[in-house]
Design a protein around this ligand. Structure first.
Ligand SMILES: [Zn+2]
Length: 332
């Protein structure tokens, strides 16, 4: 699953017949040492990987995914399989370090905007731009990880495991979009923690998480006080740097708050798109990184290096690096 292999593909990669593989899966037969070596090679793991306890899967229903086609579902399952291994990585960290206790409140009865305001008050963030969303989430007990880059068409997602919130971010996006995604996932944790993540209601949930992120990053009263009515594109670009959001998210927020008319909104979007702001963020900020993982992996006194983790989990070092890709400096 982690490699997105079908049984047939694994059979040809390992030179073990599909029937035999099925027998192993069902526990009807035990592989020989020689077969284990073949399977290990085909799956790019050391043979000791198979000596570990079974890994608890992350069910698709745990995360807020949109309805996916069959091909995308295989890709999603690969992402979820990697996520399950990333949880093992965090378990290794927690066997050596004390991580912040989870402190994300549940406001599932509130409208997204109210929930965002309440969290700002609860965490005494005032009306100011949030300096670093990743550091903030980590300080509230959220465990961050990078989602599998082979599948970066899959968006960020989050879920609780044993009351601990995990957020997987697409770290190939611009800094501003990663911040928005992190705030969006916080929205899911706050608003939807109790809900069954049924794909049929995902559209509504996504809209709510976006509304939460927008309010959380650009609080209404503060934006209203900035005299942005009918703002020019240049003015929007100044504001997006202040709030550390994408120019598109800023424009959307201004329209949402009635500070831009429909016509002004559309024309700002067109101008921004022409200047490349739809996909990228010219003149944007430096991406945020993880404080927690940096301390754990680069700590002066105690540290867990990539090779320590790779050995503890019986996985290739490159794979461990992928779990934290762009969240920590590359030399870890
Ligand atoms: Zn979402």
């Amino acid at each position: 699953m982690r490699l997105g292999y079908t049984l047939t593909r694994l059979a040809s990669a390992s030179d073990v017949s599909p029937l035999t593989l099925t027998d192993y899966e069902n526990g009807h037969r035990q592989p020989t040492d020689e077969t284990l070596l073949k399977l290990a090679a085909a799956l790019s793991v050391p043979v000791t990987f198979f000596e570990h306890d079974a890994i608890e899967a992350v069910p698709a229903g745990a995360a807020s995914f949109r309805k996916l086609s069959k091909a995308s579902a295989t890709r999603r399952d690969a992402v979820l399989a990697t996520a399950a291994l990333t949880l093992e990585f965090y378990a290794t960290i927690e066997s050596r370090f004390k991580l912040p206790d989870p402190a994300i409140p549940t406001y599932d009865k509130l409208a997204p905007e109210q929930a965002a305001d309440l969290i700002r008050r609860l965490w005494t963030l005032g009306d100011r731009p949030i300096s670093n969303v990743m550091h903030l989430l980590e300080s509230k007990g959220v465990r961050l990880a990078s989602l599998n880059h082979a599948y970066d068409d899959i968006d960020a997602f989050c879920f609780y495991r044993d009351s601990v919130p995990y957020v997987f971010l697409n770290t190939s996006k611009s800094a501003e979009r990663q911040r928005f995604d992190a705030a969006h996932e916080l929205g899911h944790l706050v608003l939807h923690s109790e809900l069954e993540m049924n794909p049929s209601t995902s559209k509504e949930r996504e809209a709510e998480a976006n509304a939460f992120a927008s309010s959380f990053l650009m609080p209404k009263t503060a934006v209203m006080a900035q005299q942005m009515s009918g703002a020019s594109v240049e003015r929007i670009l100044v504001a997006r740097s202040f709030w550390k959001v994408s120019a598109m998210a800023m424009t959307h927020r201004l329209h949402e708050l009635g500070l831009l008319s429909d016509w002004q909104y559309r024309s700002a979007c067109i101008t921004l798109a022409e200047r490349g702001y739809r996909r990228t963020e010219p003149g944007g900020i430096v991406p945020e990184t993880s404080q927690l993982l940096r301390k754990v992996m680069f700590g002066r006194d105690a540290r867990l290096t990539v090779s320590d983790a790779a050995e503890a989990l019986s996985l290739p070092a490159a794979e461990i690096r992928d779990y934290v890709r762009h969240l920590v400096p590359v030399s870890a």
